[in-house]
Design a binder for this molecule. Structure first.
Ligand code: ATP
Length: 338
């Protein structure tokens, strides 16, 4: 099978199971984000794929070959770390050409490749500059160019954008995704930022305590979270109790017994005048952020957050009613709660 296949990969550090019997297939040319809270094993997983850490058990295959024991320099990977690890005493060009130089590529070929890579990352003509003369975003691009210099078959990045400010980070997310699409290179990025993962990934792998919670395209993860942990981790949600087959007193269509918990996204809660919709509620707090209005409601003692379009006018203390489409409710099976 082509692409990257991890089979029952585990990594123990003493008493800690950093990654536990994890299976994952990454299609060739796809962009995958490993997403999860601090300590869930994302970096450990990436380091095993890179060959920097050896799995305690399990196998890693790439394009059909078992690479579990293959040393890092023979894996044909390009890597970018959060720290970037650029050499401050070398010029931009020499940084980018470094992996080529240690592979014995001659000076002229190196210079040509450096120009090609600088064009690719939209930094033409800066080969002679010192690293210290570049901004954070420009250094990021140099680190990416260096990682791609040897035309890797697999591109691995660990929190590559987390040192950048919010605006620049968002711009770089789009750039990185477009670059990956132009090159068609299989790419795996570690992040703890769900928006970043949603922007870039073909598929998101949500991890917790060394295990995969869900692996799916971003919209599916958002619309159909596998459990309460995923629902809560990806975007904002209301985790609401299901009693019998009712949610806040509203009957849900059910073929059999329902689990005890459901997720409803704030944008799926619509606010109507009192008495018009099945759920009665009182406005407890209003946060108007201009582009939308977030409304916190008290529905018979249960807190519900709704997101209304810009211009919605509601007053704290006002009684309203709430409508939730049954199709927007994700009920978790017994045992799938966080
Ligand atoms: P973060 O987002 O904070 O970087 P992460 O999801 O990348 O977290 P890992 O760095 O993979 O998580 O760590 C997973 C677990 O393994 C943690 O409990 C961590 O303390 C432990 N761990 C990681 N590396 C080592 C090591 N070299 N020695 C001992 N324990 C380690």
């Amino acid at each position: 099978m082509s692409g990257l296949t991890l089979s029952s990969i585990s990594k123990r550090f003493g008493e800690v199971n950093a990654v536990e019997a994890l299976d994952l297939h990454v299609e060739p040319g796809s962009f995958v984000c490993l997403l999860g809270p601090s300590g869930c094993g994302k970096t450990t997983l990436l380091r095993m794929i890179a060959g920097l850490d050896e799995p305690t058990s399990g196998t890693i295959r790439f394009d059909g070959e078992d690479i579990t024991a293959r040393p890092v320099h023979r894996r044909e990977i390009g890597m970018v770390f959060q720290s970037l690890a650029l050499f401050p005493h070398l010029s931009v060009g020499d940084n980018i050409a470094y992996p080529l130089a240690i592979r014995g590529v001659d000076r002229k070929a190196r210079a040509a490749r450096v120009e090609e890579l600088l064009d690719l990352v939209r930094l033409p003509g800066v080969a002679g500059r010192a690293i210290t003369q570049l901004s954070g975003g420009q250094r990021q691009r140099v680190a990416i160019a260096r990682a791609l210099s040897v035309s890797p078959r697999l591109f691995l990045l660990d929190e590559p954008l987390s040192a950048l400010d919010a605006k620049l980070r968002e711009a770089m997310q789009v750039e990185l995704r477009q670059l990956q699409q132009r090159l068609g290179i299989t790419t795996i990025v570690v992040t703890h930022d769900q928006r970043e993962a949603m922007t870039m990934a073909d598929r998101i792998v949500v991890m917790r305590s060394g295990r995969i919670q869900q692996e799916a395209p971003p919209v599916e993860i958002y619309r159909r979270p596998a459990n309460a942990f995923v629902a809560d981790f990806i975007g904002q949600t209301n985790l609401l109790p299901v009693e019998g087959n009712a949610l806040l007193g509203m009957a849900l269509p059910a073929a059999g017994p329902l689990g005890p918990l459901a997720s409803v996204r704030p944008e799926d809660v619509s606010i109507r005048p009192a008495g018009e919709a099945p759920i009665e509620a009182r406005v407890a707090f209003v946060r108007d952020i201009g582009s939308s209005v977030e409304i916190h409601l008290d529905a018979g003692g249960t807190r519900v957050v709704a997101l209304a379009p810009a211009g919605a006018r509601l007053t704290v203390g006002e009684t309203v009613s709430l409508a939730i489409e049954a199709g927007a409710v994700t009920v978790f099976a017994q045992g799938a709660a966080a």
